[in-house]
Design a protein around this ligand. Structure first.
Ligand code: 4G0
Length: 244
């Protein structure tokens, strides 16, 4: 999968060379193509912004430099290829796991990173398919949101995670994770839950399902409104209330 990023700060994306995403890049499973909007300035001082029409504080990124950067990004893409232009903005639709999975089906994403200064509305109206926010807070730029999107979407690209990781992950099924334990068997006087040492896989799976449901019910109860629960699941959840 290819991510083309239109940004004034390409160096910020160096952290994508670390860890699992760095590995995925090395293996060629994902490709992050950084396009510096400033390279498309026709100004001798490489200026990309100007004062806002109508007055007011700050500066506005000019439409032509952004458009030329966009044209450069799509120059080798066929019209038929699955490409979407996404503007990272606090005014966008909130990113969630379902959206992440949907985006992972695209062949290519073009991510436009804006700034507090804002981008001329005309080029946004011309090139942007979709505005996405990573949450209800304002940052200094769209770069960190773009990296959040790249990281979350890349996890769905074949070969990036070890086999089964995604499908086993309970968040993919709409609920929170069960707790994990490893050696030592006793830490700070606290023993690992007995069932996990039993080797009884049916009991272990049941226990994990219950712990995941309990976690979800106690921390994020609203998530349970959108998941399919078995009769057994429901009974267990009713019991949590009774035991409280
Ligand atoms: C566009 C995204 C970009 C508009 C970007 C700010 C938070 C997010 C930016 C603005 C961002 C997010 C209207 C302030 C750059 N901050 N939540 N900052 N405005 O995804």
């Amino acid at each position: 999968m290819q991510f083309d990023v239109l940004t004034l700060f390409p160096e910020m994306f160096d952290i994508l060379d670390e860890s699992i995403i760095g590995r995925a890049k090395e293996k060629g499973l994902i490709n992050v193509n950084l396009i510096n909007i400033r390279d498309f300035s026709k100004n001798k001082h490489k200026k990309v912004d100007d004062t806002p029409y109508g007055g007011g504080a700050g500066m506005v990124i000019q439409p032509d430099v952004v458009y030329d950067a966009y044209k450069f990004a799509i120059q080798n893409t066929e019209k038929s290829e699955k490409t979407r232009v996404i503007y990272m903005s606090p005014q966008g639709k909130k990113l969630d796991q379902q959206k992440v999975e949907e985006l992972s089906k695209q062949k290519k994403l073009i991510l436009l990173c804006g700034h507090y200064e804002g981008i001329d509305q005309r080029v946004l109206d011309t090139i942007v398919d979709e505005e996405i926010s990573i949450g209800d807070y304002v940052l200094t730029g769209g770069e960190i949101p773009a990296m959040v999107l790249i990281d979350s979407v890349s996890r769905y690209v074949d070969g990036v995670l070890s086999k089964d990781s995604i499908s086993e992950e309970s968040f993919a099924q709409g609920i929170l994770e069960y707790p994990q334990y490893t050696r030592p068997e006793i830490f700070d006087g606290v023993k690992v839950p007995e069932v996990l040492l039993s080797g009884h896989h049916e009991n272990i799976n049941k226990w994990r399902r219950c712990e995941a449901l309990k976690n979800t019910y106690l921390k994020r109860p609203e998530l349970l409104e959108n998941v399919e629960l078995s009769d057994e699941d429901r009974k267990f959840i009713e019991n949590i209330e009774r035991r409280r």
